[in-house]
Design a protein around this ligand. Structure first.
Ligand SMILES: *[C@@H]1O[C@H](CO)[C@@H](O)[C@H](O)[C@H]1NC(C)=O
Ligand SMILES: *[C@@H]1O[C@H](CO)[C@@H](O)[C@H](O)[C@H]1NC(C)=O
Ligand SMILES: *[C@@H]1O[C@H](CO)[C@@H](O)[C@H](O)[C@H]1NC(C)=O
Ligand SMILES: *[C@@H]1O[C@H](CO)[C@@H](O)[C@H](O)[C@H]1NC(C)=O
Length: 610
């Protein structure tokens, strides 16, 4: 696929398919909707509710999704086991009864889907020899070991100590195992798609339910790390790649036929980036994110290579193609780490969590969006900063830059004006700058300048576009209703704090975390495309535009903010992290056990038999 660079800002968003499809919601009168239009338009032809805003429909769909999820809550051990077998195609792991009991003691909501991430992460390991998994784990320099119900680590790296603390709270229920840990911000395993595909096929063949009477319900004891028979196991050598242009590494995790694999590689980041809304069509409906999980997958979005710091130049890169069981706190869709809750979530650092102020009543808050942050995303440089997401988001909220672009004085340095298809009232009346300026307070607190010899808060390549403001504690940010959340070097650590507050998180991310399958977009938070082209449309929906008579949807915003807070207090507690990790480590121990295919918990099936 050709990947032409397009210098003209005005043209950047004009993508025929997107425009065409979009027009039907935005421009069509009811009679247009019934005239013969191409099938592209059909999702927009909502005959029952032609006047509805697309976000109304997304919120309705989310409510339905959520109700469905809740209806699958398990209330007994045998129900939980049955749902496990139905969803996973195997018996639950040994220790499942203790896990269930623990989950009940901790008052955890038990919905099998909540643990989907575990199975996504662990499944390929069913294709590797258990001895190889075990050897690779203890052979790694940064690790936690569990023997005889005691967790320990030789490393005092602060992340390791936090994870050790978490695992320590459940150690007495854990079998022997070793966990290799990724202590870097950036994920490190990118196994080529072709290999993972092969592993998944092989793993699928092991998915079956052994006869309950022959099931092994005990885990194997392990020798001390480095001792026992495993030390003679030959494991594939890992080459650690340091290629700073991480896109070249990351995209091998995408299918060979995917746009990410086929698109030409961008090497010049010194111009306004190409932002192609058409690449977002797959995960958006009527201009807003409709499939959040898919929106975090970049394989269909090759323009992401020039829109996210991680792909241009992460702070550090040390990656391998070899699958081995490494645990980490977050990852991109293509990475093969096994996710644990990120350390800062377990530690509940005030800097990220900001429990103070989290209860401010909605009606006492400013009708505004607030964002403060450091210019992270990777290593920004004079010739690459335009490809960084935080720089882009900040510039898109800068009234001066919007005014310059709107009145044609200068093209935006690193973004595009919102696609016409959103039909923003302010844009149509050429007062986007004033309108955005009236509700947005978004600024950098540190430019992370590439050069040493700069004045404080100055940077010779970004200062013309950004000014530095003091940081703002979370407690103060909670005085604002809208909290956009933009990725830094990896996932944004403040997200949980945002969810736990009475303000509304607007989340744009490419990162995956342990909790993803328990949060529902448009029910518990507002999803945003990582191009941010939908940002103004989202805000017009919630805030309205008084001057143009566009109604606000303040109660809808409040409802999502409070539903997110309530849900976080229900399923994102530290107890929920313990329940998640216990389930995860039982699975991990089983897949590392030589007898794994005949192992399981079948207490419910044997009941009543003598
Ligand atoms: C979202 O996309 C994923 C991946 O393509 C797909 O499996 C899933 O069914 C989609 N979900 C919805 C609600 O469309
Ligand atoms: C365009 O907007 C900028 C920023 O507000 C302003 O300084 C400039 O005078 C405007 N130019 C024109 C031609 O209106
Ligand atoms: C910024 O400063 C560095 C180092 O002093 C210099 O190499 C570079 O050319 C300067 N760039 C600009 C845009 O002035
Ligand atoms: C907004 O943009 C102007 C001009 O590009 C710049 O001087 C100013 O510092 C920017 N403001 C912020 C808060 O970054």
């Amino acid at each position: 696929m050709a990947f032409p660079r397009r210098p003209s800002a005005a043209l950047r968003y004009v993508i025929p398919a997107f425009l065409f499809a979009f027009c039907f919601w935005l421009l069509a009168s009811p009679s247009d909707l019934t005239s013969g239009v191409s099938s592209i338009a059909s999702p927009w032809r909502s005959k029952q509710s032609p006047g509805k805003h697309p976000i109304d429909r997304l919120i309705e769909a989310a409510e339905k999704d959520f109700a469905e999820k809740l209806s699958k809550t398990s209330r007994t051990l045998s129900e939980a086991a049955a749902r496990y077998r139905e969803r996973r195609g195997r018996h639950p792991p040994p220790g499942f009864d203790r896990w269930y009991q623990f989950a009940r003691e901790k008052d955890a909501l038990i919905v099998e889907d909540f643990w989907d991430q575990i199975y996504h992460d662990i499944e390929p390991f069913w294709a590797l020899k258990p001895a190889r998994i075990r050897k690779d784990a203890w052979d790694f320099e940064m690790r936690i070991s569990i023997r005889d119900g005691k967790a320990s680590s030789g490393s005092d790296w602060f992340w390791t100590t936090i994870w050790l603390d978490l695992i320590g709270t459940i150690e007495h229920m854990l079998p022997d195992m070793d966990l290799a840990l990724n202590a870097m911000d950036e994920p490190r395993l990118v196994v080529p798609w072709e290999d993972i595909n092969g592993y998944m096929k092989k793993a699928a063949k092991t998915r079956r339910m052994a006869d309950a009477k022959s099931v092994v319900s005990e885990f194997e004891k392990l020798a001390a790390p480095g001792q026992g028979l495993d030390q003679h196991e030959k494991t594939p050598e890992k080459q650690w790649e340091g290629e700073k242009h991480y896109w070249l590494i990351a995209r091998r995790g995408c299918a060979p036929s995917s746009p990410a694999r086929k698109a030409a590689v961008i090497t010049d980041f010194d111009t306004t980036p190409l932002i192609k809304s058409s690449f977002a069509l797959k995960h958006m409906r009527d201009g807003f994110v409709a499939n959040y999980t898919l929106s975090t997958d970049f394989c269909h979005q090759p323009d992401q290579q020039g829109l996210e710091g991680i792909f241009v130049e992460p702070l550090s890169v040390s990656a391998t193609k070899v699958l081995f069981p490494m645990f980490g706190g977050s990852k991109l869709a293509v990475n093969n780490e096994i996710l644990l809750p990120a350390p800062m979530y377990w530690k509940e650092e005030e800097r990220f969590m900001g429990s103070e102020g989290a209860d401010i009543p909605w009606s006492d808050k400013e009708d505004m969006a607030i964002w403060r942050g450091v210019a992270t995303g990777g290593h920004n440089r004079e010739h690459t900063w335009r490809a960084f997401q935080r720089h882009r988001f900040v510039a898109m909220n800068n009234a001066t830059q919007l005014a310059l672009a709107e009145n044609g004085t200068s093209a935006p340095p690193n973004f595009g004006l919102p696609p016409k298809e959103y039909r923003l009232a302010a844009r149509r009346h050429s007062r986007l700058a004033d309108w955005v300026g009236s509700w947005s307070s978004v600024a950098l607190t540190d430019l992370m300048c590439d050069y040493e010899d700069h004045e404080p808060n100055q940077c010779n390549y970004t200062s013309p576009y950004f000014s530095v403001v003091p940081g703002m504690p979370m407690a103060e940010q909670f005085h604002y209703k809208y909290l956009p959340d933009i990725d830094g070097n990896s996932f944004s650590g403040r997200y949980l704090g945002f969810l736990r507050s009475t303000s509304l998180p607007v989340k744009a991310t490419l990162w995956r975390e342990w909790h993803d399958s328990r949060l529902i977009a448009w029910k518990h938070f507002v999803p945003m495309d990582t191009r941010f082209g939908d940002w103004y449309g989202i805000m017009e929906y919630f805030l309205g535009d008084q001057m143009s008579g566009i109604p606000a949807h303040d109660e809808a915003a409040e409802r999502i903010a409070l539903a997110g807070k309530e849900w976080a207090a229900r399923v994102l507690r530290k107890e929920d992290m313990q329940v998640y990790v216990l389930r995860l480590l039982l699975e991990y121990a089983r897949v590392s056990d030589d007898r794994r295919e005949s192992m399981g918990w079948v207490g419910d099936l044997l009941k009543g038999e003598t």
